[in-house]
Design a protein around this ligand. Structure first.
Ligand code: ASP
Ligand code: MG
Length: 402
C-alpha cells in the first residue's frame, strides 16, 4: 500500500467554505496519485488561542489534564468536519482522535512527547478504502489521559505518523507557497526553494525565520521522512526537504534576518580555564538558550565576553549574568538591544571557499559595520546595527541569490 500523509494548517481550515475546498483538493489528489491518504489537521483558524484565552478567564493558571482536554477539542472539531465534507463528495472517510489513531505519549501535559504509535487501526481503515483524518497535536498517555504535544505540533503528529506508516512522503500544507530564500515581506525578490536539506531548514529556523516546526524537521531528519512544504490554496509545487549532499546544493540556499536578539557583554573576565563553563553553565541551568558567543583576545590575563540571547530572555539573562559576574569577580555587565543578526545558510558552502569574505565585502560596500561574527560548516552569521538589518538582508540576498 502506497501511503501519503498530508497535513493542513489552521488557516487552511478556518471556515466551513475553506474546509469544503480542502475536501475537494484531497479527493482530487487521491484520484491523481492513486495512493492511500492519511490527513492530519490543525484546529480551525485561531481556535487554540481562543480556547487558551477562555481558560485564562476562568483560572489563574490553567494547566494539566483539563487544559489538554480543552485544547484537544479544536482538532477534534476540524477533523470531524473535514470527514463530513469528504463524505458528502461521495468518498469514504473517517476521522480519528489522536488516541483512536494509536498515538501514545508520555504524561507531560501541554508538551507531551510521542512514545510510540500503534498504526493498526489506521491501516485497517485504509485497507477498507477510507481516507483517514487524524486530529493533530494530540495523543493519549499510557495512563489513558489526553495530552497535547506543544504549540504548532500538528506538524509533528504528521511526521510521526508518516514514519510509523512507512509513508512515501509527508506533505505539509499551509498558506505559504514553500520555503523561500528569504522573507518575502522584506525582500520582494525572494524565491521559492525547490529542494533543500533538513540541516539547512533547521539552521534557517534557528536563525529566527518561521519556516517549519523545528522538532518536526528533526524527527523527519532522524527517520529520513521526505517532507513537502507547500500551499493549500494553489497547485504549485512547494519545497521538498530531504537528505542532500553539498555537491547538489547552491552555495547559499537562504538568507535570514533576526531582529529579536540582544547582545550581553561581560567585561574584565579572568582568562582562566573553567570560567566560560561557569558562566554558560549557569545561564543554561536557567533554561536560557545562548546563540552566538564571542570572546575577545585577552589582555593582561583578562578578557571580555559577549553573547546573544532572544530578547524575551533579556531581563532574566542580565540578572543571572550579573550574579555570576559577582561570583567570578568579573567587571561590568552590559546589554545592547540595537542589534540584528543576518545569516547565510547553505550546504554548498562546504565546497565553495571564500563565501565569508564575499559576505563581509558586500556589507562593507554598503558601509555596514559588523559587530560580531560566527560561523559553522553551513552557516555564517553577522551581527549588525539594528537600523541596518533590512538593508544588510537585501544586499546579501542580492549578492548570493538574485
Ligand atoms: N492547534 C495547535 C496550535 O495552534 C496545533 C497546531 O496548529 O499545529 O498550536
Ligand atoms: Mg496552528
Amino acid at each position: 500500500m502506497k501511503i501519503i500523509v498530508q497535513k493542513y494548517g489552521g488557516s487552511s481550515l478556518a471556515t466551513a467554505e475553506k474546509i469544503k475546498n480542502i475536501a475537494k483538493r484531497i479527493v482530487a489528489s487521491q484520484r491523481r496519485a492513486k495512493t492511500s491518504l492519511v490527513i492530519v489537521v490543525s484546529a480551525m483558524g485561531t481556535t487554540t488561542n481562543r480556547l487558551i484565552n477562555l481558560a485564562n478567564t476562568l483560572s489563574k493558571s490553567p494547566q494539566g489534564r483539563e487544559l489538554d482536554r480543552l485544547l484537544s477539542t479544536g482538532e477534534e472539531v476540524s477533523s470531524s468536519l473535514l470527514a463530513l465534507a469528504i463524505k458528502s463528495l461521495g468518498k469514504p472517510a473517517l476521522s480519528l482522535t489522536g488516541a483512536e489513531a494509536g498515538i501514545i505519549t508520555d504524561q507531560i501535559h501541554t508538551k507531551a512527547k510521542i512514545l510510540l504509535i500503534d498504526p493498526r487501526r489506521i491501516k485497517r481503515e485504509l485497507k477498507r478504502g477510507k481516507i483517514v483524518i487524524v486530529a493533530g497535536f494530540q495523543g493519549i498517555s499510557q495512563k489513558g489521559e489526553i495530552t497535547t504535544l506543544g504549540r504548532g505540533a500538528s506538524d509533528l503528529s504528521a511526521v510521526a505518523l508518516a514514519k510509523s506508516l512507512n509513508a512515501k512522503r509527508c506533505e505539509i500544507f499551509s498558506d505559504v507557497k514553500g520555503i523561500c530564500t528569504t522573507d518575502p515581506a522584506i525582500v520582494k525578490e525572494a524565491k521559492k526553494i525547490p529542494s533543500i536539506s533538513y540541516d539547512e531548514v533547521l539552521e534557517i529556523a534557528g536563525c529566527g525565520a518561521q519556516v517549519m516546526h523545528g522538532r518536526s524537521v528533526e524527527l523527519a531528519k532522524k527517520f529520513r521522512v521526505p517532507l513537502l512544504v507547500g500551499s493549500s490554496f494553489s497547485k504549485e509545487k512547494g519545497t521538498i526537504i530531504k537528505d542532500k549532499t553539498s555537491v547538489e546544493a547552491p552555495c547559499v540556499s537562504g538568507v535570514t534576518l533576526n531582529e529579536k536578539e540582544v547582545k550581553i557583554s561581560i567585561f574584565r573576565v579572568l582568562d582562566r580555564p573553567g570560567i566560560a563553563a561557569k558562566i554558560f553553565g549557569s545561564i543554561a541551568k536557567n533554561g536560557i538558550n545562548v546563540d552566538m558567543i564571542v570572546q575577545n583576545v585577552s589582555k593582561e590575563g583578562y578578557t571580555d565576553l559577549s553573547f546573544t540571547v532572544s530578547i524575551d530572555n533579556l531581563e532574566e539573562t542580565v540578572k543571572v549574568t550579573k550574579r555570576i559576574a559577582l561570583v567570578i569577580g568579573a567587571g561590568k555587565v552590559s546589554f545592547d538591544k540595537d542589534i540584528a543578526r543576518v545569516s547565510i545558510i547553505g550546504l554548498g558552502m562546504q565546497s565553495h571557499p571564500g563565501i565569508a569574505a564575499r559576505m563581509f565585502s558586500v556589507l562593507a560596500k554598503n558601509r555596514i559595520n559588523i559587530k560580531m561574527i560566527t560561523t559553522s560548516e553551513i552557516k555564517i552569521s553577522t551581527v549588525v546595527p539594528k537600523k541596518d538589518g533590512k538593508k544588510s538582508l537585501r544586499a546579501v540576498h542580492k549578492e548570493f541569490i538574485e
